[in-house]
Design a protein around this ligand. Structure first.
Ligand code: GLY
Ligand code: MN
Ligand code: MN
Length: 462
């Protein structure tokens, strides 16, 4: 945990920004896998971690938004729990560690909540993404499941988003700590990327590396030579000379801050000419986007800039033609770049998206598009100093998408489909880094991880 003052300051900042009532913040419980006692690895709720720091199941935090008083509800470990799981800290000791002076058994929570409602106090909830917590809240409050969502408080949720968005120095140190392991994971994948090696063995090696450092991966890795399948969690191919291996993987820090890195690797250590051209275009796009990031610049503009660099790089290859502005604004570019440019990063890899993706990334004059490609942009509003965001452009050749658009004669004055036929088997390239917005620009977090063509080729075993 951070020092108790960190959690006290975070709660005090929330109280300053909000008005009346009580915020009820359930931590997560254990989740069964295939039967009750076979549980999935425990992951605490990120907002609970942010305000209460405690990494154990079945705790609930309540913050009185008027008095500022916080209470931790939970149960002291009984003898049975100690026999089966070993010694555990008392509830009071846990509360004290995060600067909370009031603690009480969970059985007292329903009375507190019902009394608060009866005396006209507003109960605030953040959006609930786990059915288990929704059911527990309904039970404690004596309401039905649908009514739980009615208690979601837009104002308090937006205040939480504003606080969690700006990272302190100790949070940035956590993300960089996660990146240190992540660098080893990526270098390991590069070293192993040889003909005859299975994707699964590389996926296993990088997961093992995280585990060996006591870490979990921050999301299920996307590690495949079929990089054009955007969320490809299958690792069932064997690498062949000439393949490109896309590796999108990251680790959590000890306090559960995420990293999120993508590198694309030439199997055997040499990009061929076609791969070299596409890779360099993606790299140019990523570097241009990072260079343009500074406080006040809408992330939407950075997205369009990155798409522009991609299209300018593809024109000499004969894939696109005509006016670049039109290619961007018509949506034709989404044929090769169908996802957004990035997202915030923090306690969640897509930070705070459980709190409402559009409240995190849009608002204040930014309306999410419904267009193919553009609708996948998760972040559009102006970036602020202290935010950590990813920048992850890519170029993909998705045969089903190309065929569909061609059959529909989409954008035939902008897209040279005959040339796309030469790239059907290409796969995809993505390059992703984690970026801190500084007072006057942006900084790539962590030790640099091989990224230029020469650097990546040098890291692949020969
Ligand atoms: N790892 C998923 C993403 O890059 O957003
Ligand atoms: Mn990623
Ligand atoms: Mn990402």
């Amino acid at each position: 945990m951070f020092n108790r003052e960190t959690y006290q300051q975070r709660r005090a900042a929330l109280v300053r920004q909000t008005g009346k009532g009580l915020l009820v913040l359930p931590g997560n419980g254990d989740s069964p896998s295939n039967y009750t006692d076979n549980i999935l690895p425990f992951r605490q709720d990120s907002s609970f971690l942010y305000f209460f720091g405690l990494d154990l199941p079945d705790l609930v935090g309540v913050i009185d938004l008027e008095s500022g008083e916080a209470t931790l509800y939970g149960d002291d470990p009984g003898l049975d729990a100690i026999v089966w799981t070993g010694p555990l800290p008392t509830l009071a000791a846990q509360a004290d560690g995060v600067g909370v002076t009031h603690s009480a058994p969970l059985s007292q929570l329903p009375d507190r909540l019902r009394t608060a409602r009866q005396t006209g106090r507003t109960l605030h909830l953040l959006p609930q993404y786990r059915p288990q917590n929704r059911i527990r809240l309904a039970d404690w409050l004596g309401i039905n499941l649908r009514e739980v969502d009615v208690l979601t408080s837009p104002d308090v949720t937006r205040a939480v988003i504003q606080l969690r968005a700006v990272k302190s120095l100790e949070e940035i140190a956590e993300i960089e700590n996660a990146l240190a392991i992540t660098k080893q994971m990526h270098l390991t994948a590069m070293r192993m990327a040889q003909p005859g090696v299975t994707e699964q063995s590389i996926a296993g090696a990088i997961e093992g590396l995280a585990w060996a450092h006591g870490r979990r991966q921050s999301y299920a890795p996307i590690l495949s030579k079929r990089g054009e399948v955007l969320h490809n969690h299958h690792h069932d191919n064997t690498l062949v000379a000439g393949d490109l291996l896309l590796n999108d993987s990251g680790a959590e820090s000890p306090l559960h801050y995420a990293s999120d890195i993508t590198r694309t690797i030439p199997v055997g250590g040499r990009f061929n000419d076609r791969q070299r051209a596409i890779y360099q275009t993606v790299l140019d796009s990523q570097l241009a986007a990072i260079a343009a990031l500074k406080p006040g610049v809408p992330y939407l503009d950075i997205y369009e800039l990155s798409a522009r660099v991609l299209i300018e790089g593809l024109k000499p290859l004969g894939l696109f033609k005509g006016d670049t502005d039109e290619i961007i604004h018509s949506g034709a570019f989404a044929l090769i770049f169908p996802h957004g440019l990035g997202h915030m990063l923090g306690l969640d890899v897509h930070d705070m998206e459980a709190l409402n993706e559009d409240w995190v990334g849009y608002g204040e004059g930014y309306q999410r598009s419904h267009d193919f490609g553009r609708k996948s942009l998760r972040l559009a509003r102006p970036v602020q100093a202290g935010w950590v965001v990813t920048v992850e452009p890519g170029i993909y050749f998705i045969p089903t998408l190309i065929d569909r658009w061609q059959a529909e004669d989409k954008f035939t004055h902008l897209i040279n489909y005959a040339r796309f036929a030469d790239f059907r088997d290409f796969g995809g390239v993505r390059i992703e880094d984690d970026i801190l917005i500084t007072s006057d620009g942006a900084r790539v977090l962590g030790d640099p991880i091989a990224k230029s063509i020469a650097e990546v080729e040098a890291c692949v075993g020969h």
